[in-house]
Unconditional design. Structure first.
Length: 147
């Protein structure tokens, strides 16, 4: 189970929250520089949030946040939105399945049981390539939309 954090900022205590949530709040500017944090195991040992969560985690999360902002502003570069990853996953999965089925049908038409398996695998591999390119193009077009 992921470690849970308690955060105290501006007279209010929040938590328990996951480390990812705490890092997100920090990178979004929802927490002040005076915020302190602790885990349940630490009792009342409050520490500055950057020290508690670790500067590398904060820096990494901040870098990803900056990258995402650039991706959303400029477009034409991969981003980390779940929606976009889901779109690409659906395209690749559907294309792979289509290639597998077409290959299997061709193998069944050609003859024996081994032909079906071999052609199904060929269809799967051939299906993945073009569909991955198409899904990337779709995401690129989605990135062109003005925000």
């Amino acid at each position: 189970m992921e470690e849970q954090w308690y955060i105290h900022d501006g007279g209010t205590t929040y938590g328990p929250v996951s480390e990812d949530t705490a890092l997100a709040w920090l990178s979004e500017g929802r927490l002040s520089d005076a915020a302190v944090a602790r885990t349940a195991a630490e009792g009342d040992d409050w520490r500055p949030i950057a020290a508690a969560l670790g500067p590398s985690g904060c820096a990494q999360h901040a870098a990803l946040d900056q990258y995402q902002r650039v991706a959303e502003t400029i477009g034409l570069v991969p981003d980390m939105k779940k929606k976009h990853n889901l779109v690409q996953g659906i395209f690749v999965g559907a294309g792979s399945l289509l290639g597998l089925l077409v290959g299997a049908a061709y193998g069944a038409h050609e003859g024996g049981r081994y032909d079906v398996v071999i052609w199904a695998l060929v269809g799967l591999v051939v299906g993945i390539g073009p569909v991955t390119l198409v899904s990337g193009f779709v995401l690129m077009v989605m990135g062109l939309k003005p925000r």
